[in-house]
Design a protein around this ligand. Structure first.
Ligand SMILES: Nc1ncnc2c1ncn2[C@@H]1O[C@H](COP(=O)(O)OP(=O)(O)O)[C@@H](O)[C@H]1O
Ligand SMILES: O=P([O-])([O-])O[C@@H]1[C@@H](O)[C@H](O)[C@@H](O)[C@H](O)[C@@H]1O
Length: 378
């Protein structure tokens, strides 16, 4: 894995931050969930919200992170846990990014898209100068509406020892806004974007199975480790010279939103605990399953989190291991992979017992979630 780059000859080097500090870049947003033509939920969204929640819950105690996120004056969730702990930057002149997610009534398959997204508003992009001027152990580029500009990702790569990227931050394109119903979200081939040349300086690139064809797994895996998430089937990792499949955890899906985001944060937390990439993917699958079991940004029962932390304290190598804090990653599954899966399965059972009851067929959206506060400045 590459060392953070020098900022350039003659330029002052950014200071080092706390040893295990992460940098999360991507905007919070408003999500409106629609099914059968009616609104069935309004929630806090944006990968940064899901990621912050999971990192807060699952990171080792020594780890911390900063979030760079932008919202408008209409932002409705300033006192929700993630934005309250990690306040966004306020853009007075632009509304908060917002998406309408239209769910089909038909049961989703593991690989077929189960929602159509439209971007209704877009806040300002996040510019390189919006990032703090210090070094980080790791960075997560988790844009949802094109807000992580190529130059911003490049600056993250310079500041962070290891950068993990959600492909949705790189390959989304937005149609014309025309009739007021927002812009359709489509995908473009990563190879044709200005992000492609940065891939070899990225540690991990995560894509859903819907996004994977646009990423071009066979080309991308020669530059960085590519993770393809496969919904209820778990995930696969592809690196130069190897690959692995990682089994999922059972979940009753009530809202698929944020599964990929929560996966990526769980995976990053696994690396922070000193796990190999294939073992860390178990923690990704665990938090992906947790996300689909609840509407919007999940909350976790303290007993379940205690159980997960006990498992990790027991199984994980101390964080001085050469994963996120060093220069190389271990990709292969360890000898305790199956045991780790079995222990997390027990914790997942606890989580299912503590979740609200699901709809009859388990594929719908359970209930609406109200905004937690009136609009406020940040
Ligand atoms: N129905 C499900 N049951 C169990 N785990 C799931 C389910 N859906 C998603 N996950 C977990 O969340 C991860 C990300 O989900 P996926 O649907 O692939 O991503 P995205 O939200 O980006 O479309 C999966 O790899 C899996 O670990
Ligand atoms: O469901 P997922 O793909 O992990 O991530 C989702 C984004 O794709 C979507 O644009 C955003 O509105 C959601 O809040 C969530 O961040």
């Amino acid at each position: 894995m590459p060392e953070p780059d020098d900022e350039g000859a003659g330029q002052q080097q950014p200071k080092a931050g706390p040893a295990l500090e992460g940098l999360v870049v991507g905007s919070y947003c408003h999500d409106v969930l629609l099914q059968g033509g009616r609104v069935v939920g309004e929630t806090l969204g944006g990968a940064a919200a899901f990621v912050s929640t999971v990192l807060d819950a699952a990171s080792p105690p020594e780890a911390s992170f900063s979030v760079v996120s932008k919202v408008g004056p209409d932002f409705a969730y300033a006192s929700a846990p993630a934005p309250a702990r990690h306040p966004p930057l306020l853009c007075p002149a632009r509304p908060t990014t917002s998406f309408h997610a239209r769910f089909s009534d038909a049961a989703a398959s593991a690989h077929a898209p189960d929602r159509q997204l439209r971007r209704v508003h877009a806040c300002d992009p996040i510019y390189p100068d919006d990032l703090p001027d210090r070094r980080f152990a790791y960075g997560l580029a988790v844009g949802v509406a094109g807000e992580v500009l190529p130059e911003t990702l490049e600056r993250m790569i310079r500041l962070c020892r290891a950068v993990l990227v959600d492909a949705q931050a790189l390959i989304r394109a937005f149609g014309a806004e025309g009739d007021g119903s927002g812009a359709a979200v489509r995908h473009v081939a990563l190879e044709g974007t200005p992000y492609a040349r940065l891939l070899q300086r990225v540690a991990f690139l995560k894509a859903s199975s819907e996004e994977a064809p646009y990423v071009g797994v066979e080309t991308a895996r020669r530059r960085c480790c590519v993770i393809v998430t496969e919904g209820r089937d778990g995930c696969r990792l592809y690196w130069d010279g190897g690959e692995a499949r990682v089994a999922p955890f059972p979940a009753v899906q009530v809202d698929p939103t944020g599964a990929g985001d929560s996966y990526l944060a769980g995976f990053a937390a696994g690396l922070l605990w000193g796990l190999s990439a294939t073992d860390a993917a178990l923690l990704g699958n665990f938090f992906g399953a947790a996300a689909v079991s609840q509407v919007g940004v999940p909350t976790f029962h303290p007993k379940m989190l205690q159980a997960v932390k006990r498992i990790l304290e027991d199984k994980a190598i101390p964080w001085s291991s050469p994963c996120i804090n060093g220069t190389t990653f271990t990709f292969q599954r360890s000898i305790m992979h199956d045991e780790l899966h079995a222990s997390l399965e027990e914790a997942a059972r606890l989580m299912r017992e503590q979740s609200p009851p699901a709809t009859e067929n388990g594929d719908g959206i359970l209930s609406a979630q109200e905004p937690t506060s009136p609009p406020s400045g940040c």
